[in-house]
Design a protein around this ligand. Structure first.
Ligand code: GLV
Length: 308
């Protein structure tokens, strides 16, 4: 009955401490010190080892250490073993902070001020009231919903778009591809919080940018491959987009000399919007293990056909 962790090692040491405190009966190992592979029942990984099925014959659950699972080759996880995404509150809390920061930065013209400061320009910009800046969130899962709750405080008109219908108080919600144009036409600041799947790859493309209000801005905290780079740069050049905050790129790290590094209308961070917090993640993993033992439904269980 052992848990094996294979991800960031510094945080892994913290996981080990919390496991020892909260589940002393449950042995916890840090990759590559796997011990007897037959003892491993639970694997927590960012990218799992290639040959999971043969290496760990008694594996019962596989956790993605992140909220996303696109970095997993799910075909390598045998179909009878549940794959579970990290729905722990620490990821949501840090994502809420980042998206709030990004939305406020775009709303309050921070990219322009950074540019002006470099040029020693002291020039005011007319402030637009929040109630006239519409914010649209693509992806209304745990993270999207948490972000919307926090954004309510600022008075932005809020919209959400999701694959399946959602009902969120104070948010105009749209569901499915047919409703995307209506949603986009009202999103002055568009936030991508979608999972990366075959359906969403390249969704941030020329067609989408053309449907946004002219001069809209973008926050991408999904995955780099959601964005079609050439279309995006063209939209910035034409003014269709006025600015963007990007936390993800393709590939990561972004290549040397890539135009995103120095573009004055892009604020770039190194896939740092949110982070799994060992303290709360350990509680989440222990809870899912308990539920699994009791034969209950597992929160965060990935639907393999949907891809998230
Ligand atoms: C990070 O991007 C994650 O999936 O948690």
């Amino acid at each position: 009955m052992t848990v094996l962790y294979k991800a960031n090692m510094v945080r892994g040491a913290e996981w080990a401490t919390f496991f020892a405190e909260r589940a002393p009966h449950l042995p916890f190992r840090l990759w590559p010190d796997i011990g007897d592979p037959a003892d491993i029942r639970y694997l927590v990984a960012w990218v799992p080892p290639d040959d999971i099925a043969t290496t760990f014959p008694n594996l019962e659950l596989v956790f993605s250490v992140g909220a996303g699972v696109d970095q997993f080759d799910a075909t390598k996880v045998p179909a009878h073993i549940p794959l579970v995404r990290m729905l722990e509150p620490g990821i949501a809390e840090t994502m809420v902070e980042y998206v709030t920061m990004a939305v406020l930065a775009l709303h309050r013209d921070l990219l322009h001020f950074i540019d002006q400061q470099k040029q020693q320009l002291w020039r005011e910009i007319r402030i637009k009231p929040a109630k006239r800046r519409r914010v649209g969130i693509m992806g209304l899962g745990q993270l999207g919903q948490a972000v919307l709750e926090r954004l309510k405080a600022f008075g932005f008109p809020l919209l959400g778009w999701n694959r399946s219908p959602r009902d969120i108080e104070g948010v105009t919600c749209y569901a499915g591809p047919d409703t995307l144009p209506d949603f986009l036409a009202q999103s002055d600041i568009l936030v991508c919080l979608l999972p990366l799947t075959d359906e969403t790859r390249g969704i941030l493309n020329a067609d989408l940018f053309a449907r946004l209000p002219h001069g809209a801005s973008l926050v991408n905290v999904g995955r780099g491959p959601h964005l079609v780079e050439a279309d995006f740069l063209a939209a910035l050049d034409s003014g269709a987009l006025s600015g963007a905050v990007l936390d993800v790129a393709d590939p990561e790290p972004l290549t040397e000399g890539h135009p995103f590094w120095s573009h004055p209308r892009i604020l770039l961070t190194p896939h740092n919007a949110s982070m799994t917090t060992p303290d709360t993640a350990v509680d989440y993993v222990l809870d899912v293990i308990d539920r699994h033992r009791r034969g209950e439904e597992l929160p965060g269980r990935v639907d393999r056909s949907r891809g998230y």
